[in-house]
Design a protein around this ligand. Structure first.
Ligand SMILES: [Fe+2]
Length: 438
């Protein structure tokens, strides 16, 4: 390992090249945001024991310690390397590169939970060293616009991993025999009825969708482009637990007519009878959330459903899932800051508020499966180099989800934001909003 205190981190500080140099104010703002995002990640992991940090309940869910190190490696590999900073350790790339082929070989995903070394303490030292180098670079003010863009990407990347830390940890704790809580002081949302399920109509026509050129967006949200929408109806809230209970009571998980062929295969082979984290208890249903096991609240928005379940429930309801274009068009008229996000500290979906007339919970609470397979927009260009692997290479076999969840940092998500997961995935905080043809 390199002793970072003994090596000048910027042996060859790059000079701004092309474009206007960022103002001191901008760099100060970026440094403050960097420090806040990095601190939030540590805050999320603070309640965990050393043992908790290493749990990997399945190949798809990574240990918290790995997330702490991987998000740090991202800044080292894609920001500090451009600044000529010395590597903290030659092995961090192999241990904490996620999937970037261009960045070299890496530990097999399913074995991330085997990495007892480096220790958690050493990972924290790694984080502190990289933080120090990034903040020193910003204070020095000699960072090119291209590198600043990578730093911005790194912040949004880390926010994505904040959501994954909670998602993966829920899987690690919620599949243990004692269903332990993540935090003893976590408050539970009040029980209450969901808003009535209404449908709001939208006219069809040619609309503009996707992120514009200004501001931060991931490459898969661009370019902005035109799309043709047929007239449609969108449900004013996601489905709630009572809706799922009705689906179960009417034999929804036992009737192949509701299911896509692959979905029915999953029901049988994986023995699905209810959403993930639902348990039979004392003649009723209990649900695991990050406070532990609790009796089901019928009014709460339903979560941990796969795309297959979302599609089956929609068919059973006489409806369908919205396309991502329909979803985005509706969401472009809604305040993205309104909703139940990580800062609200429920870490579970609430009951949808309102009278059923206005759109509720489009942002926050649960990611909403769409009928759209994840693909590229017309004119899509992935980022150059290794970062081109960030989103573009996953455009096969996955469905788009929209809107963020109660595990998402407020302000991270936007109307054009595209999340994506394979159709059988249900450890994500995913739910269902219905749509219909008008
Ligand atoms: Fe990542």
């Amino acid at each position: 390992m390199v002793d970072d205190a003994a090596v000048s981190p910027f042996a060859s500080i790059e000079r701004p090249a092309g474009g206007a140099a960022s103002s001191e104010h901008d760099l100060h703002d970026l440094a403050a945001r960097f420090a806040a995002v990095r601190a939030r990640t540590l805050q999320l992991c603070a309640p965990l024991s050393v043992e908790d940090h290493l749990l990997q309940p399945m190949a798809d869910a990574s240990p918290a310690k790995w997330h702490l190190a991987h998000t740090t490696w991202f800044f080292e590999a894609f920001v500090l390397e451009r600044l000529g900073a010395a590597s903290f350790s030659p092995e961090v790339g192999f241990l904490f590169n996620s999937y970037y082929e261009a960045a070299g070989p890496r530990v097999e995903r399913a074995r991330r939970g085997m990495l007892s070394r480096p220790s958690l303490e050493r990972v924290h030292q790694y984080r502190a060293a990289v933080d120090q180098q990034v903040l020193a670079a910003l204070a020095a003010g000699a960072v090119s616009p291209a590198t600043l863009a990578r730093l911005e990407l790194g912040l949004h990347h880390e926010q994505q991993h904040q959501e994954l830390i909670l998602t993966d940890l829920k899987c690690a704790l919620g599949t243990q025999p004692t269903s332990p809580a993540y935090r003893a002081d976590l408050r539970r949302s009040k029980a209450g009825a969901a808003a009535p399920l209404g449908f709001r109509g939208f006219e069809g026509g040619i609309v503009e969708l996707g992120a514009g050129a200004e501001g931060f967006a991931f490459d898969n949200e661009r370019p902005r482009h035109r799309a043709l929408l047929q007239p449609f109806l969108l449900a004013t809230r996601p489905i709630c637990n009572a809706d799922v209970l009705a689906f179960i009571r009417e034999g929804g998980y036992r009737d192949p007519q509701h299911w896509l062929s692959d979905g029915w295969q999953a029901v049988q082979s994986l023995r699905w009878e209810a959403p993930m984290y639902w348990h039979h208890r004392d003649g009723g249903v209990a649900i695991y959330d990050l406070t532990g096991l609790r009796a089901i609240d019928p009014g709460q928005t339903a979560c941990h459903l796969s795309y297959y379940e979302a599609d089956a429930i929609a068919r059973w309801s006489g409806a369908r899932l919205p396309t991502e274009q329909e979803w985005e068009w509706a969401a472009s008229m809604v305040d993205r800051e309104q909703g139940n996000f990580i800062e609200d500290d429920l870490l579970h979906p609430a009951a949808a508020p309102g009278d059923g007339a206005a759109l509720a919970q489009l942002f926050g609470d649960v990611w909403e499966w769409t009928a759209s397979s994840y693909g590229s927009y017309p004119g899509f260009r992935p980022l150059a180099g290794a970062l081109g692997e960030y989103n573009g290479k996953f455009m096969s076999g996955q469905q788009v989800l929209r809107g963020g969840s109660c595990f998402t940092p407020r302000g991270h998500v936007r109307a054009s934001y595209r999340n994506f997961f394979p159709p059988a995935a249900r450890w994500q905080m995913s739910g269902v909003r219905l749509a219909r043809d008008a």
